[in-house]
Design a protein around this ligand. Structure first.
Ligand code: HEM
Length: 318
């Protein structure tokens, strides 16, 4: 393979702008989509070379159904359709998604150009079912006004958190990606006193300092998303959430973008948020924010996209 098990640009420093595209692929032969995935890195290089220093990158993720159509390889072990999570009050919905492109840069024009060039190649083959143009809001805040991303791992720790290792070597260097579009009830949120908002999140609003465990509400977002394995080691994910919205339409949201080496970690966090830990103790952020999409993707190592395994029915498995 041209690039061995080099990972795609998953663990990169926060960008100022992002476009996320989720597409469904129409029935038909797999070749044009395989070719586009193989050429995507070249498209990003062609756009990014003209704007050095703007940190342009693009991650491509593949959903479970499309995987079976593209590659005679068997699915990566954690890849399945996003599983709906239903609690007594709130639901993490599952919505279609065959392909995801997470394009990041410090400038929106670069993200837009890559998104345009990618979709141009998919014209007639795939439909964009969700498109979000995300922006950085002040000092890394979400539209709820809180700093978002503080405890997300960075640098080498981020690479370790997202990189698949130890299974079938063909998937080594890959990652799993979950995206969900959350729409906030900003009126209800802003009607809460700041101290109550801080209780919901589990951190101070202005300073971003975490509320001590002894005072933190058990249904706060931070309490329910701090999880450990049986040996007490913290289980982490890399988050690249982006604010998005439309003032005219009154839409204010957070696009949740989570990467992990094992999607079960994200799934456990979602269980804690929506079902609750213990059940019934759901995340209070959900009383102000509704998940309207949800999809899971495998992010193959770069080499697998560039030099793909055989397509089904052509010398590979059926
Ligand atoms: C409406 C959507 C969401 C918003 C506005 C939001 C916002 C925040 C904020 C403000 C923080 C505290 C600062 C930080 O460490 O980043 C945080 C922490 C965190 N969030 Fe979210 N989040 C959302 C959805 C999710 C989802 C869906 C997950 C996982 C499936 C998640 C996982 C986490 C984790 C793991 C932490 C760090 C906990 C810790 O170790 O302190 N978040 N989020």
């Amino acid at each position: 393979m041209a690039d061995g098990n080099r990972s795609q640009a998953v663990a990169v420093p926060p960008a100022r702008a992002a476009v996320v595209l989720v597409l469904t692929v129409r029935p038909g032969p797999p070749d044009p989509v395989r070719e586009l995935l193989s050429d995507a890195a070249g498209i990003v290089r062609a756009v990014g070379f003209r704007a050095p220093g703007e940190a342009l990158s693009c991650v491509a993720g593949i959903g479970a159904d499309l995987w079976d159509r593209l590659y005679a390889l068997g699915r990566p072990p954690g890849l399945h359709r996003f599983r709906k999570v239903s609690g007594d009050r709130h639901t993490a919905v599952s919505t279609p998604g065959d392909l995801a492109f997470h394009v990041r840069a410090h400038r929106m024009d670069l993200c837009f150009e890559v998104a345009r060039r990618l979709t141009e190649r998919l014209s007639g083959l795939a439909d964009v079912v969700d498109e979000v143009h995300g922006f950085r809001y002040f000092d890394e805040r979400d539209l709820l006004g809180f700093v978002d991303g503080t405890e997300s791992p960075t640098g080498a720790e981020a690479v370790d958190t997202v990189r698949v290792t130890g299974g079938d070597p063909v998937f080594d260097g890959g990652s799993y990606l979950v995206v969900q579009k959350y729409v906030h009830d900003l009126g209800a949120w802003e009607a809460l006193p700041v101290e109550e908002q801080e209780r919901v999140i589990g951190r101070r609003k202005l300073s971003d300092i975490e509320i001590p465990d002894s005072e933190k509400a058990p249904d706060s977002h931070v309490a329910l998303n701090t999880i450990t394995d049986d040996d007490g080691n913290e289980l982490r994910i890399v988050r690249e959430n982006m604010p998005f919205g439309s003032v005219g339409e009154g839409v204010f949201g957070t696009y949740f973008i989570g990467y992990a080496s094992d999607p079960a970690v994200i799934e456990r966090m979602l269980h804690n948020m929506f079902v609750g830990d213990p059940p019934g103790n759901h995340d209070r952020i959900l009383d102000f924010s509704t998940a309207v999409t949800g999809s899971l993707f495998f992010v193959p190592p770069a080499g697998l996209l560039q030099d793909p395994p055989p397509a089904p029915g052509r010398g590979g498995e059926p």
